[in-house]
Write a protein that binds this ligand. Structure first.
Ligand code: GRF
Length: 196
């Protein structure tokens, strides 16, 4: 049995897709949802069982607990988490957490890294920057997480066309479709490479 912890700060639509995908697999369990945002949509989604009867416990933490204590690391270790999956998680992951789970933290970024990444490049800011730059394509990047925003080793990318008339919201919709289509499967592939 492989055990996943999902980190999400917002709506949690990716968390829902991932939970639904693995709900049919007996060898993978979504054990915990962690969020820094007491208002995060992911909390309500979990309360509703992610539409598939999976009521995953949610843990809300604040910045001191995350950055200045080992509470989150200790919780993840106690829960014997194999893989940490960031799905719309907005805070930089502290070095202690990266070092405690080497090669076991992955993130999805809603653009084609290394472009349109780094501090401040999250959510609608990314899609606005892509449109403002007149890009003809955007996409998703799934990557391992290190101590720097969006700089870890790339695992998978997929692209979508951006037309000159696309608004940032239209680009976001195309990128979300790519996320739902690929992230759960790629998580499964990463899990399959992990020992134990
Ligand atoms: C996604 O576009 C993800 O790539 C980015 O934040 C967004 C989260 O959306 N990091 P949701 O909370 O999964 O709906």
């Amino acid at each position: 049995m492989k055990r996943i912890a999902l980190f999400a700060s917002g709506s949690g639509s990716n968390a829902e897709e991932i939970t639904r995908y693995f709900s049919t697999q007996s060898d993978v369990q979504i054990v915990l949802i962690l969020t820094n945002n007491p208002q995060a949509g992911v909390i309500e989604r979990s309360r509703r069982g992610f539409g598939c009867g999976q009521h995953v416990p949610v843990v809300v933490f604040d910045r001191p607990a995350f950055r200045e204590s080992d509470r989150v690391v200790e919780l993840l270790k106690a829960q014997q988490i194999d893989l940490i999956v960031l799905a719309g998680f907005m805070w930089l992951v502290p070095a202690t957490l990266v070092q405690s789970f080497p090669g076991r933290i992955i993130n999805i970024h809603p653009a084609l890294l290394p472009r349109f990444g780094g501090k401040g490049m999250f959510g609608h800011h990314v899609h606005e920057a892509v449109v403002a730059a007149g890009e003809t394509e955007s996409g998703i990047t799934i990557h391992f997480v290190n101590e720097h925003y969006d700089e870890g080793q790339i695992i998978f990318q997929a692209s979508c066309p951006v037309s000159p008339t696309d608004t940032p919201n239209e680009v976001a919709a195309k990128v979300h479709a790519l996320e739902y289509a690929h992230y759960p499967r790629v998580i499964g592939e990463v899990l399959a490479t992990l020992p134990g």
